[in-house]
Design a protein around this ligand. Sequence first.
Ligand SMILES: *Cc1c(COP(=O)(O)O)cnc(C)c1O
Length: 401
Amino acid sequence: MISALMPTFNRADLAFERGEGAWLMTADGRRFLDFGAGIAVSSLGHGHPRLVNAIAEQAARVMHVSNLYRIPQAEALARKLVDNSFADSVFFCNSGAEANEGMVKMIRRDQARRGHPERTRIICCDGAFHGRTLAMLAATGNPAYLDGFGEPVAGFDHVPFNNLNRLRDAITPETAGIMIEPIQGESGIKQADPHFMRGLRQACDEMGLVLAFDEVQTGMGRTGKLFAHEWYDVKPDIISVAKGIGGGFPLGAILATEEVASHMTPGSHGTTFGGNPLACAAGNVVMDELMAPGFLAHVRKVGDALGAMLDGLVVEWPEIFEQARGRGLMRGLRCRPPVATVLNAAMHEGLLCVTAGDNVLRLVPPLVVTEEDCRTACARLARAAKAMLAHEKTNARTVTA
Ligand SMILES: *Cc1c(COP(=O)(O)O)cnc(C)c1O
């Protein structure tokens, strides 16, 4: 019989009762080091006192009023995001897919209002992940995700990641914009080349296209800058953000330049929940922490240290780990055995990670992790590697015997 909770996920048989910083605890007292952070979401770690208090206090005052009224918490958060980015204006929603949907609407509207209603198509990359709504499935383009859900929503073209010539060739009179992840997360922590990123900006300027970055996973400090595109010194016209922005509370956002945002007049887009006082109370704490002196420098320092430790694991356990990738606290380890096996072996050693495409084990800990936490995580990965090799040898002996 089907489970009451719809079985769309392969869940580990673990339930956590509480968390503290980078640690999660089960009811029976087992402690796990959390390098998955709920898929790059719990940016301030678990049980962060300021975040917990802000949510509790706001919940007691007023959680939701709708966007029919002013929401000071949303105004304050938008101001902080604008003051610290390329953007002039922000729209709040509830998830990454919803942010991307709104972003595509804004790209199309910008073209329509500038006299090009025929420009509706968005160029995306192979290996992209933009979410699970009908349009974002088409933008993602992964056949496995589209299977059984009918005709993909029209308007999305795909080119190989990091191939500027193929991207330029794909631009047609109907192209409205380009939507790219600066580091592809779900498909295996693949970084955009600086040359590719600069070329995107150039192509958009030449052809009058809108440059959009999906920073749902890479944004909000994950790579050691507030947004990953800052590493490339390339200014987008619009970006989407979600995952880490609420520190675990559902919140998404679209950040745009005035040029793009100015076409979004009253009634052009909407949301019931988006940007409510409770979600924005959480978002304000996250943003304040990220912008506090030294926070992003901490992410860069610990991220570099983690990167070096992962390189060490590749040298030490070449039969298990093939390559380390990533930036800041968005890291990946390409594995030789199936990554699901490595994930389970790590879990057995008390380390939680996430899988990604390309047989990559994804390490996206809370941004507050310490170097000591990273050493513990890597020691656990080494133990997992050792256990996997011992297991392989036992199996080999059994087969020979
Ligand atoms: C997770 C993710 C999404 C989808 O976010 P949801 O909140 O699950 O809808 C979109 N884009 C990227 C890059 C992501 O990592």
